[in-house]
Ligand binder design. Structure first.
Ligand SMILES: *Cc1c(COP(=O)(O)O)cnc(C)c1O
Length: 348
């Protein structure tokens, strides 16, 4: 979901933006008014994440998966190796895409601890000596596994933060590349943000499509071609909204409270279970299972009737999943917990 306030602002400005008599999506991306929107969004993101001038902030096409290809095209030289850490379905997809571009070493595979989803301890990773970079996914959206640490590696660290960007305080200077598809914590789909340390620029393969070339996009301020202007504008509204909430540190506290509310309920209720080790439970995506899975259909239809949407788990893992991104208020999680309690009473 997007923040209600942002949706209302967008609605109010939809046909007449800034007293222009047009929508923001109808004006040229090269007009001074749009450039102002674009620059302000970048600046607000830099403020929110405390991104230094050592990094380029790019607004790109093609979502998260576009970046699965853009990363190796830009920073994996021909015949070089990259290390990929697997923890779930998105890091696996990133690996599959990267394998099209070069030699990829699986430094760590998906891991369980006592049957619960987990992360292989870093001491057991098989990192290669000469990797061009180390890629991982700090929050596995489908599996609900989130790192509670930033890996310490002596190579550029690349992170797919599609489902956790802006949800918790991070030290950007520990990363070579951070990227994120926009549609989970930032704005509408289609847009991707890439935050690239500038010393990694200028190494793209010759056959890299121009729109995916980080250096070229930086040179053109992410406007080598027409960017997804309306998505960029909405992302800017979300950044402003987040600043108004007190920024990343403040929303992180809300996110902790939301996650605790839901996990505590699941743990204390023998009607439901989590299948992720406590330490690695995601604050953004909470997969859970009914002990009696024959009630899944009833759970989904009754929750939907209560206005609780999108609770069906990903088809690859089944069960349920509550995605509680930044825009989800604590009251939304409380409403889910109340429903789950009622459902357990009724069917237990
Ligand atoms: C959603 C998601 C993606 C894919 O994003 P698209 O914009 O659909 O390509 C990639 N990585 C993670 C972690 C995601 O959650």
């Amino acid at each position: 979901m997007l923040p209600k306030d942002v949706m209302l602002t967008a609605q109010k400005e939809f046909v007449d933006w800034n007293k222009h008599g047009t929508s923001v999506m109808e004006i040229s991306h090269r007009s001074p008014d749009y450039l102002e929107v674009a620059h302000q969004a970048e600046q607000d993101l830099r403020d929110l994440m405390d991104i230094s001038d050592d990094y380029a902030v790019l607004f790109m096409h093609g979502g998260g998966r576009g970046q699965f290809a853009a990363v190796p095209m830009n920073i994996l030289p021909q015949n070089a190796t990259a290390d990929y850490v697997l923890t779930g379905s998105w890091s696996k997809s990133a690996l599959t895409e990267a394998q099209k571009f070069g030699k990829i070493n699986v430094a760590a595979n998906c891991h369980t601890e006592n049957g619960l989803g987990s992360v292989l301890p870093q001491s057991q990773w098989q990192l290669s000596k000469d990797a061009a970079y180390v890629h991982y996914c700090p929050n596995e959206t489908v599996d609900g596994i989130e790192f509670d640490f930033v890996p310490e590696v002596d190579k550029p660290l690349v992170a797919d933060m599609s489902s956790c960007i802006l949800s918790r305080d991070i030290d950007v200077s520990k990363f070579g590349v951070i990227y994120a598809g926009a549609q989970k914590n930032i704005g509408p789909s289609g847009l991707a943000i890439a935050i690239v340390r500038k010393d990694l620029l200028g190494k793209a393969r010759e056959n890299t499509p121009s729109i995916f070339d980080y250096s070229l996009q930086l040179k053109h301020e992410s406007m080598f071609n027409t960017p997804p202007t309306y998505a960029w504008y909405l992302a800017g509204l979300v950044f402003k909204w987040l600043k108004k909430q007190g920024g990343v540190k403040a929303i992180e506290q809300t996110n902790i409270a939301k996650a605790e509310l839901l996990y505590n309920f699941i743990d204390q209720n023998d009607f439901y279970q989590s299948k992720v080790e406590t330490r690695y439970r995601s604050r953004m995506n909470v997969p859970f299972y009914l002990m009696d899975e024959s009630l899944n259909t009833a759970f989904l239809s009754e929750s939907k009737a209560q206005g609780l949407l999108a609770l069906k788990g990903h088809r690859s893992v089944g069960g349920m999943r509550a995605s509680i991104y930044n825009a989800m208020p604590l009251e939304g999680v409380q409403a889910l917990v109340d429903f789950m309690q009622d459902f357990a009473n009724k069917h237990g």
